[in-house]
Each structure stands twice: as C-alpha cells, then as structure tokens.
Design a protein around this ligand. Structure first.
Ligand SMILES: Cc1cc2nc3c(=O)[nH]c(=O)nc-3n(C[C@H](O)[C@H](O)[C@H](O)COP(=O)(O)OP(=O)(O)OC[C@H]3O[C@@H](n4cnc5c(N)ncnc54)[C@H](O)[C@@H]3O)c2cc1C
Length: 388
C-alpha cells in the first residue's frame, strides 16, 4: 500500500492538486516552496474564485471552535495550531510574491446584545481560561471606549487575542502570484484526467493526487473502462461533504465604521480595504452563486443593529458562496482508503483559518513524514463522535 512517498527516495514525487481554492493553493505553496516538490494544480474555473473568494477572512479559533457543540472534539486544537502558523505563512507568501497577504494580527471583539449571546461568550471565556488562552473580559463601557462605533445596546464582550483577520482575496492573489512564478508549479485550466485501474486512482505523470475541490470534491470525475464516475465511489466518506451557502455584503467604511472585527451571535463586521464586510447567512444544503436582495437587506439591518452609524453607508458589493461542510464541522485531511489519493476538503466556516495547517499535514503525509496525533484525528476515515 502507498503510504506516503518514500522519504529516502532519490527523486521527489510529483503531486496533482484538484482544486485551486485557498486549500489547494496553500498546499501547492507548501509543497513547491517549502518542500521543493513539483506540483500540478487543476481548476475547472478561474483559480481562487470559489468559497475562498467569498469568505470574510476571519481567523477565529476561539469564536468558531472553543465552545461549539457537536463538533469534532479536537477542532479547537487544530484551529489554534493553524492560527499560530498564520504569521509565518503570511510572511512567506509576502516575501515570495512581493504582494500583501492582507494578514492583520489585530484581536477581534466578540460582543453580546442579549442574554443568550452573553451566555455564549461566558462559555467561550470559560474554555479559554481553562486552556490558558489569552483573552480579556470587557464591559459595555470598555467597548464604548475601544470601539465608539458600537451600539450602546452592547452589554459587554471579549477581546480575543487568538482571533485575527486576513484579507482572503489578497491572500489568494498573492498565493497565485507566488505559484505562477515558481518553476515547480504547473497550472492546468480544466479537469484532471483521472483514471482508475486495479482499485487505484491514477493521473499520468503523478505520484500522489489531492482532492481539494471544496464542496464539489465528492463529484470530481474518474474514468474507468470508458465510463465517468464520481470520486465518492472510491472514498465513500466523501459522501458526507455537504454544502452551506453564505450571502454577504460590504458597505463603504466612513465615520461610524468599526476598526476591528466585531462579532455578535451569527453576525459579524470585518473592516477590509476601506469597506466593512457584513456577514453572513448560513444556509444548509444550498448552492447559490447570486445573492438575494431581501436576504442581503436583512443582513445589512443586523449589521446596523451592531453599528448604528452604518445605516447610511452605501452598499459596495453583494455576493454569495458555498462552504463545504462535514457532519462534525471539521475538515477531512489525509489519505483515503485508496492508496495515493488524499483529500483536503470540508473546512466549513474555517477554511481560511485552517489553510496553513492543512497544507502542512497533507505535505507531511505525501512525503512520508510522521503525522502528529492531532492531525491523525482529521482523517477522512474517522468515526464521528456521538454528539456530532
Ligand atoms: C460567506 C462565507 C464566509 C466565510 N467566512 C470565512 C471566514 O471568515 N474565515 C474562514 O476561515 N473561512 C470562512 N469561510 C469558509 C471558507 O471560505 C472555506 O472553508 C474555504 O474557502 C474552502 O476552501 P476550498 O479551497 O476548499 O474551496 P474553494 O475556495 O471553493 O475552492 C475549490 C476550488 O475547486 C474547484 N473545482 C471544483 N470542482 C473541480 C474539479 N472537478 N476539478 C478541478 N477543480 C475543481 C473550484 O472551481 C474552486 O476553485 C467562509 C465561507 C463563506 C461562503
């Protein structure tokens, strides 16, 4: 069985990556620049324009994973690990592309507008305290001083040192620029011609294949005896990848715009490039690419509740994207039951955050390096916990 390319092999493997979103691009970057490996990146659409373009760019291990119920029991650890990798990842991308990655280490604010939200923040704070993760409790007055744009209805909140942000569109652009400049990377516009022989998925000229096509990963096509089948036939766990549409908008950031990422319940405001992103809807089992006017307006009004002076700010953009999910809201990262076929998909709300750690784990596996105990728990072959 192929379990990683032999470490003492004289030649480097050639790796095919199917899907050039932030996950595929980050893996290509890790392999080509940090491990000296040759990579071919396939995408049927313009690279980096899927969920990775639609995202808000929050790097939010504490808010997204510290106190979430029914998720993979080690998701918070994986998110913390990846958040720790982001500064060096960003520096490397900037050095090798000459472009900004859009990473900013400014801590996010999580605030409560009602008792339910306050209870959720208390639960997050309890987990962070128990784990020794830095954060600060804030009263409504503290918040009014720190972020005068916030509504006076805010009851209190947390400053989350682990939770930062990146302009994901800049990151994608910078990754693309770095990869396009690398002699080790080949971009192919279109589908990879995968074939199956003797139960193994092949791509001519490649030693390992990584399926990283976001929510479309299960339906990547493989030819067998002249017929096309979906990849889920080779790795049935992929059947669990589902879709969660998200709609968002941005408004011009004039006076009354927040300077930090601010979250309250399911609504968030993210300053980005002279605008404020207001997000986002969570629409399970839905695939859309066009935002809906009434949904966007409802979201805008929720943003205004949090920062009332945004009421008059002109809307600058509206968009929609699709998050790839799994039953325990954690990604599939690792080799499948089919030797030489790897999956890196299902990152749900945290694909931007989890890109650097995903890239490291898959690169380690392909190159036959030891995979840590934490990483191993995200195998696509895992059993889900009873609460998931
Ligand atoms: C509204 C919204 C807000 C979000 N906010 C955040 C956030 O703040 N922080 C965060 O961490 N995450 C966030 N996310 C989640 C994050 O965007 C995703 O988890 C992440 O982008 C997934 O990356 P990906 O590379 O797997 O998928 P994608 O970016 O969707 O890339 C998949 C690529 O595969 C290509 N493809 C599909 N089929 C094939 C095929 N057969 N062959 C070749 N290529 C193929 C597609 O064209 C696409 O380019 C958000 C998502 C949405 C929708």
């Amino acid at each position: 069985m192929f379990r990683g390319f032999p470490r003492n092999s004289s030649s480097q493997p050639r790796v095919a990556i199917i899907g050039a979103g932030i996950i595929g691009l980050s893996l290509a970057f890790e392999l080509a620049y940090r491990r000296g490996t040759r990579v071919t990146l396939f995408d049927t659409r313009p690279a980096g324009r899927g969920a990775s373009w639609a995202a808000a760019g929050m790097i939010a291990p504490a808010f997204e994973a510290a106190a979430e119920e029914g998720v993979h029991p080690r998701l918070f650890d994986l998110c913390l690990e990846s958040a720790r990798l982001w500064p060096a990842f960003s520096e490397d991308i900037e050095r090798l592309s000459g472009l900004s990655s859009g990473f900013e280490a400014a801590p996010a604010l999580a605030v409560a507008l009602d008792a339910g939200e306050a209870a959720h923040l208390a639960a997050i704070s309890q987990v962070l305290s128990a784990r020794g993760v830095a954060h600060r409790q804030l009263t409504g007055d503290d918040l009014a001083q720190m972020e005068p744009a916030l509504s006076r209805d805010v009851l209190g909140g947390l400053e989350l040192e682990t939770d930062t942000r990146v302009d994901n569109r800049r990151t994608v652009r910078a990754l693309l620029a770095a990869l396009e400049a690398s002699p080790r990377v080949t971009f192919v516009k279109g589908a990879a011609s995968l074939t199956s022989r003797n139960g193994r998925v092949h791509l001519d000229g490649h030693d390992a294949i990584v399926a990283a096509a976001g929510w479309e990963t299960p339906v990547i096509k493989v030819a067998e005896r002249g017929q096309l089948y979906s990849l889920v036939n080779w790795e049935t766990a992929l059947d669990d990848i589902d879709c969660h549409a998200g709609q968002m908008l941005s408004v011009a950031a004039g006076e009354g715009a927040p300077e930090r990422v601010v979250r309250a319940g399911h609504v968030y405001l993210v300053p980005r490039d002279g605008q404020v992103v207001i997000g986002a809807t969570m629409e399970p089992d839905r695939v859309i690419d066009t935002p809906e006017a009434e949904v966007i307006e409802a979201l805008r009004l929720e943003g205004v509740k949090l920062c009332p002076d945004l009421a008059g700010a002109p809307v600058t953009e509206r968009w929609a994207g699709v998050r790839p999910g799994t039953p325990d809201h954690a990604p599939f990262i690792g080799e499948t039951v089919t030797p030489g076929l790897y999956v890196a998909a299902g990152h749900y709300r945290n694909g931007i955050l989890l890109a650097p750690v995903t890239a490291q784990i898959i690169a380690d596996q392909i190159l036959g390096q030891a995979v840590g105990e934490l990483a191993a728990t995200f195998t696509p072959r895992r059993a889900y916990s009873a609460t998931a």
